[in-house]
Design a protein around this ligand. Structure first.
Ligand SMILES: O=c1cc[nH]c(=O)[nH]1
Length: 415
């Protein structure tokens, strides 16, 4: 395969990319826009970039909103209660069908790597077994990382710790937690220490739903970061949500940032979900309830955006588009400067790839696997502003998806 007239991120020039045996064998700058031959694929001056990475989603719960009842209050805790009512209705077929439909949405929007949290507070571990099987079956079409996620707690759910360990033994890639949902502060702290020990024992990554609440006294992030620092595993650890940080006192936050930087942990923010679930106990002014993305990023820490939910008990919208999440995230976090737009795609590509520990194979460079997407528009700014379509998605040299851009059939109204 040979692609010409492609724009690459952070460059205004046109590029020719040659793919042999699933890898980029040559990437070179062209003198200008070139005519296309029959064997070549014309990128048409559009942006060729590394695939989008979805770093935080709940595939086991996707497409279940309203079953058996809706989340009327819009709170996280009612979402967990509604999901608790849906869990007894799970079957392998039900999970498989919903997961495949959701993955179709994600792939259609340029995603090739997904980290999914899967609830382990279910004595059958059906979701976990099904997602691990799908991960293995779908390996040539999409990368899936499975997080063993104790939705109803490690120490507050009967046999929560045992179930979590069984999930890891069954093949989960990442160990999760939810300290703010444990009954007490002490149980929350203990849960963080338990999950870190489990990850060390089985050599797994860590991704914790951490302080997903508006309570400024919820301070499990410092416990997680200290554990990461002392065990020297920061790059393998992710703190998801950390919405309480929105409400922390600035003096505390300043002290906390010192530890966070030293710990080298990663952060995932899910801005659409958080602005919906948080601030629910406020009158006015109402907090946005989104973590301090702008400040974490400015301090040099690794932050990325995830969608979290697609039509589930916590969030009944969502369509698989990380560009939509990015658009909301930049608005909510007031990251609307020229520099923010110029590098916007970092939050759904390189930063998320680092969070998932995807390693050297991710990215556009000679010798790397030829996995990429082609987006309508010439750079990050244009793609973001136009909420561009994915024209092409290629994985290890094979076309996953090709799309004809939508066309208006009537003549222009004004020009
Ligand atoms: O945001 C979310 C979604 C599902 N479960 C959680 O605990 N949090």
């Amino acid at each position: 395969m040979e692609i010409i007239n492609a724009r690459l991120r952070h460059s205004t020039e046109y590029h020719r990319l040659v793919i042999r045996e699933g890898r980029f064998s040559r990437i070179e700058v062209q003198p200008g826009l070139l005519p296309v031959s029959d064997e070549q694929l014309d990128a048409g001056g559009n942006l060729l970039c590394a695939p989008f990475v979805e770093p935080h989603i709940h595939l086991d719960a996707a497409l279940t909103a309203g079953e058996p009842d809706w989340n009327h209050s819009g709170t996280l805790f009612e979402g967990i209660e509604r999901w608790g009512q849906r869990k007894p209705m799970l079957s392998e077929t039900d999970i498989r069908q919903r997961v495949l439909k959701t993955l179709e949405l994600l792939v259609g929007r340029g995603v090739q790597h997904v980290r999914t949290h899967v609830d382990t507070t279910d004595p059958s571990l059906l979701g976990l077994h099904t997602l691990c099987a799908l991960r293995d079956e779908l390996r040539d079409r999409i990368d899936i990382q499975v997080v063993a996620f104790p939705q109803e707690g490690i120490h507050s759910f009967p046999d929560g710790e045992k179930l979590l360990e069984s999930a890891v033994e069954a093949g989960a890639d990442v160990v999760g937690g939810i300290p703010h949902f444990e009954y007490t502060r002490e149980l929350g702290e203990a849960s963080v220490k338990t999950l870190v020990q489990l990850a060390l024992k089985y050599d797994k990554l860590i991704d914790v739903h951490c302080d997903e609440i508006d309570d400024p006294a919820s301070r499990f992030l410092e416990v997680l970061a200290a554990e990461a620092l002392f065990n020297d595993i920061g790059d393998r650890v992710t703190a998801s949500h950390t919405t309480a940080m929105h409400s922390y006192d600035n003096a505390y936050c300043s002290r906390l940032f010192r530890l966070l930087k030293r710990s080298n942990i990663n952060f995932v923010s899910c801005p659409t979900e958080s602005i919906h679930l948080q601030g629910r106990f406020d009158t006015y002014p109402k907090r946005r309830g989104v973590t301090r993305v702008k400040e974490l990023n400015a301090a040099g820490m690794n932050v990325c955006f995830g969608e979290d939910s697609i039509f589930d008990p916590w969030y009944s919208l969502g369509n698989g588009s990380l560009l939509r999440t990015l658009d909301f995230g930049l608005h909510i976090c007031q990251m609307m400067g020229y520099e923010d737009f110029r590098t916007a795609l970092d939050f759904i590509t390189d930063n998320s790839a680092r969070t998932l520990n995807l390693g050297e194979d991710y990215g556009i460079a000679e010798g790397k696997p030829a996995s990429f997407i082609l987006l309508q528009g010439e750079n990050d700014y244009a793609v973001l502003r136009q909420q561009s379509e994915v024209l092409l998605s290629v994985r290890q040299g094979k076309i996953l998806l090709q799309r004809q851009p939508a066309q208006i059939l009537t003549p222009p109204v004004f020009v």
